[in-house]
Design a protein around this ligand. Structure first.
Ligand SMILES: Nc1ncnc2c1ncn2[C@@H]1O[C@H](COP(=O)(O)OP(=O)(O)OP(=O)(O)O)[C@@H](O)[C@H]1O
Ligand SMILES: [Mg+2]
Length: 256
């Protein structure tokens, strides 16, 4: 296959990754994207989860992208962000069984075959794992950095480190690791460490990875995901909202 993809309209590319499923990659991707948009970045979101694209649902997008005169997709604009998803190209109700070459072709179409005009920062939501999608994107794109997401659970962390080692091997800069679903704060202010405590931060230290912070469990995060409205838009002032904003401010400074 041909060399590096040239993406004219995009300045920075950030990957949101974890080798484990269900830890909150897509949710974190959308919320960091929204926060960066509030920090004046023109944002693109690319949902590269070929196995279970969830960005269209999380952004409440029901329409399909239109095609430009030069036969490229025009990304859907929602909440002031440009969005493209593999979910627009496939039937969401049937599982996708794709082999390597097809995956690579679809990825290329979602990058080169999309009118990504004037995007400061493209956030790419990855599928779980360390497979063809991760490998292709790291080899074909100039990545500004990766955000790795993990929950505090041992099992999630083992997978997160697996992912980190893959990015290190591919010489992709790692912006840091986010601990998602870190704790639950009750109405009376009591903190419950549902999935354990401190493992992600100490493991980040051990692996010389920057620890980006702890995003608590908040039922509004999952409710907003289901509603199709980014949590951050409506909940800036919550503990989770402030933390997401803090992480985005760090990333903003780092990639500038
Ligand atoms: N901090 C949080 N508090 C409450 N719910 C959360 C939080 N983070 C994520 N969730 C919920 O957890 C579920 C999984 O999140 P999400 O889909 O973002 O994970 P994922 O890592 O992208 O999963 P997959 O590997 O399937 O792509 C969703 O229902 C989401 O709303
Ligand atoms: Mg996901």
């Amino acid at each position: 296959m041909d060399g590096i993809y040239h993406l004219d309209g995009i300045k920075n590319i950030i990957l949101v990754a974890s080798a484990k499923g269900g830890v909150g990659k897509s949710t974190t991707a959308i919320n960091i994207a929204t926060a960066l948009n509030q920090l004046k970045h023109n944002i693109g979101i690319l949902d590269a989860d070929i196995y279970g694209p969830s960005i269209p649902k999380m952004l409440g997008i029901k329409e399909k992208p239109k095609i430009s005169e030069d036969k490229r997709f025009i990304p859907i604009e929602k909440f002031n962000m440009k969005c493209m998803s593999i979910g627009f190209l496939v039937n969401q109700k049937t599982p996708v069984i794709w082999r390597g070459p097809m995956i690579i072709k679809a990825l290329k179409q979602m990058l080169n075959g999309v009118v990504w005009n004037n995007v400061d920062t493209l956030i790419i939501d990855l599928p779980p794992g360390t497979g063809d999608v991760q490998l292709t994107l790291c080899q074909k794109l100039k990545i500004s950095g990766v955000i790795v997401v993990s929950t505090p659970q041992e099992l999630a962390l083992i997978d997160a480190i697996k992912g980190i080692n893959m990015f290190k091997k591919l010489n992709v800069p790692i912006l840091g690791i986010v601990e998602n679903m870190s704790y639950l704060k009750t109405k009376s202010g009591e903190i419950i460490d549902v999935f354990g405590k401190g493992a992600v931060e100490s493991s980040a230290k051990k692996n010389s990875i920057n620890f980006l912070g702890k995003i608590p469990i908040d039922d509004l995060i999952s409710k907003n995901g289901d509603k199709g409205i980014p949590f951050l838009i409506e909940n800036n002032e919550t503990d989770a909202g402030k933390k997401i904003m803090e992480i985005a401010s760090y990333i903003d400074k780092k990639i500038k």
